[in-house]
Design a protein around this ligand. Structure first.
Ligand code: PMP
Length: 426
């Protein structure tokens, strides 16, 4: 038995499923999740002392690599000063200023402790600001485990929400309209009939929770247009794409400006942080300035702030995102070439420092239905093969992959050689 197997057995006695977040349990790919004890740069080290090239990066935050010396130093310095005061600190303003500088659509920002809190608060704010209840989300987009957002679509362009988790009241879910990602006509039709009842559209500007699906040309622009016409708040959930697709996020990359933005992952440098921000007139609706309540005992925690701010300073270096994109593109091209060589149909796509691949005959994957039609079993076999080769990919066919600045050209070459060997076995 490996150490990971022993630890997983023990964990399952005390933690539901042995994990504190479901996808970690390897349910989608089979086998035992690896337990890690150390990480440095581009590598993870498991409890059995095996090394893995990491393409998850703690699900996004580790954009500069693990155990970055500057982040560690900032954390050590802050630990000596105190780990939290529950009162204002200068570093919170430094952080807020930095976020506003990097993301021009954000005039004001509030820190929270997770991406879930960020989207939950942004939705509440949009509802409070507009005085409307309905919200629009897209099938296959994940925005954290917020009650209103745990809603799945049925067939057709529009489904009045049915909760897809027990515990979410139908009376709450019915306010969530679920549309198809990248379906411009579906959006226009919905807004033509009920635009004036819709408080917000929330969207991942690059979908990263049904693998990786960039927006088709005109999709994000259409969302902006219908929101402007109907007084609806456009919320970009950039928890994943923020500071990763480009320094200014997907909104900078695609040139479409939301009213509110939810942030997470990179913004905390690996510590639990989220944030939401946007137009001043809307943000001033938040307590204590305005009537919409939102709060957090640990929000703006100084440890989280120094880690996050150091991370944002590191990624603001000139050329950082060019290098990140180059790495992601090399991987995409290499994976496609390796799959072609083995005669394995594969679609590969990405945006900036995130990418995805699909076992499908399609050239490109742009819709949720196409994602669902991909060969998930084959992904599982590929995943296990890569794990044996020392490459740690996301343990699900529905997750995007992330690169970090710590990844070397040798790591990428090793990954692609491994992929060639594994594709040949499929
Ligand atoms: N929004 C998006 C786009 C996400 O990818 C995630 C998490 N993967 C969340 C929100 C929720 O963030 P958290 O897990 O920090 O609550």
């Amino acid at each position: 038995m490996t150490q990971s197997e022993t630890l997983f057995e023990q964990a399952q006695k005390y933690i539901p499923g042995g994990v504190n977040s479901p996808v970690r349990a390897f349910r989608g790919v089979g086998g035992t999740p690896l337990f890690f004890k150390r990480a440095e740069g581009a590598y993870l080290y498991d409890e059995d002392d095996r090394r893995y090239i990491d393409y998850i990066g703690s699900w996004g935050p580790m954009i500069v690599g693990h155990s970055n010396p500057s982040i560690k130093e900032a954390l050590h310095r802050q630990i000596d000063l105190g780990v939290g005061y529950g009162a204002p600190t200068a570093i919170e303003t430094d952080m807020a200023r930095k976020v506003c500088e990097l993301v021009p659509s954000i005039d004001m920002v509030r820190m929270v402790n997770s991406g879930t809190e960020a989207t939950m608060s942004a939705i509440r704010l949009a509802r409070g600001y507009t005085g409307r209840d309905k919200i629009v989300k897209f099938e296959g987009c994940y925005h954290g485990h917020v009650d209103s957002l745990l809603v799945k679509a049925g067939s057709g362009a529009l489904t009045l929400g049915e909760p897809n988790s027990p515990g979410v009241p139908a009376s709450l879910a019915e306010h969530t309209l679920t549309l198809s990602y990248n379906d411009i006509d579906g959006v226009r039709d919905t807004f033509a009939t009920m635009g004036d009842q819709i408080a917000a559209i929330i969207v991942e500007p690059v979908a990263g929770n049904m693998n990786c699906i960039p927006p088709v040309p005109g999709f994000l622009e259409c969302l902006r247009e219908v929101c402007d016409a109907s007084g609806t708040v456009l919320i970009f959930d950039e928890v994943m794409t923020g500071f990763r697709v480009a320094l200014g996020g997907a909104q900078a990359h695609y040139g479409v400006t939301p009213d509110l933005t939810a942030l997470g992952k990179v913004i905390g440098g690996g510590l639990p942080v989220g944030a939401f921000g946007g137009k001043r007139a809307i943000m001033e609706y938040i307590s204590p300035l305005g009537p919409v309540y939102q709060a957090g005992t640990l929000s703006g925690n100084p440890l989280a702030m120094v880690a996050g701010l150091t991370s944002l300073n590191l990624i603001s270096e000139p050329g950082f995102h060019d290098d990140l994109s180059r790495k992601a593109e090399t991987l995409q091209k290499g994976l496609k070439a390796a799959a072609d060589k083995a005669g394995v149909p594969l679609a590969v796509q990405g945006a900036g420092g995130m990418f995805g691949f699909f076992f499908t005959d399609a050239e490109q994957v742009t819709t949720f239905d196409q994602v669902m039609a991909c060969d998930v079993e084959r992904f599982g076999t590929f995943f296990q093969g890569m794990l044996k080769e020392g490459v740690y990919l996301a343990p699900s066919a529905f997750e995007a992959s992330f690169v970090s600045a710590a990844l070397s050209d040798d790591d990428i070459a090793h990954t692609l050689q491994a992929a060639e060997r594994v594709f040949a076995t499929l």
